[in-house]
Design a protein around this ligand. Sequence first.
Ligand code: HEM
Length: 267
Amino acid sequence: MNEYVEKVQRRNRKTGQTVSNGVIFSGKTTCPFNTGILEESNSLFEILLRDSRVSQDLAVNLVMALLRTGIDSTGNALAFFLYNLANNPDKQQAVVDEIDDVIPTGTAVTPEHLQRMSYLKAALRESFRLHYPVFGGSGRVMPDDTVFSNYNVPKRVFIFANMAAMSRMEEYFPKPEEYHPERWLRDERAHLRTSWSHESGFLSLGFSHGLRACPGRRFAEQGLYLAVISILRKYRLEYHDDEIGMIHMPFTTPDRPLNIKFVSRNQ
Ligand code: HEM
């Protein structure tokens, strides 16, 4: 990492940026957290290194945190999403129908398209429910004595919401072992839900909830939607092998290589 930082700094010097308080600073380039215009197309890391208010340690820590939390999580979530679609051809077809309905052939995907793709969103949410993406769920330590649903929780006691287990509770998700995206539909197809109670939506939160919820959520969701759309526009997914299990380490990974067959849609 130090070597990389030095390389970035050497390049910044060459392109005329100045050094201030030990980090590279350019009058032209502004920190992404300002509203100014970026005049050079550099990575977030390089931009942070140039901002005199951000120390080198902070820049390294921020970028490492994003890399550590953002890569395995999204990659494994995509693996399970593709597996669930390959394993449920009727649901896969419903996603393909929606892609064909919403995005004209040969057109790039836009935010407006994604806004109209409620089945695709439900399909991802259901994949998170069936294969909860992070070890168990979310933990918290309360700073004060608190009461949750008539349970007294003393301050400084660690409490944990086991969303992986709650996501598979029959009383909230009938036939919990089945992949059924319709559970999450709120549009005119909502009648296809198996059942719904007002708690259901809070029992399976792949990105958690509240102030410490995942800050990368929109970024990850967008990447997953775009990946699945690009793949399904070209390939039909098939899965003919044994059921895939989960290993939690801490992101949920498949317990063996995924034997998904990609069949070209042009054949
Ligand atoms: C499918 C992908 C992802 C899933 C399922 C996921 C899930 C989560 C969950 C459950 C938490 C814990 C929240 C809590 O305890 O309440 C979390 C935290 C975090 N995530 Fe993600 N995440 C994903 C992708 C990303 C990406 C792409 C980034 C960054 C670009 C990211 C950055 C972070 C960071 C920095 C935290 C710590 C937040 C804090 O402690 O305040 N995540 N994530």
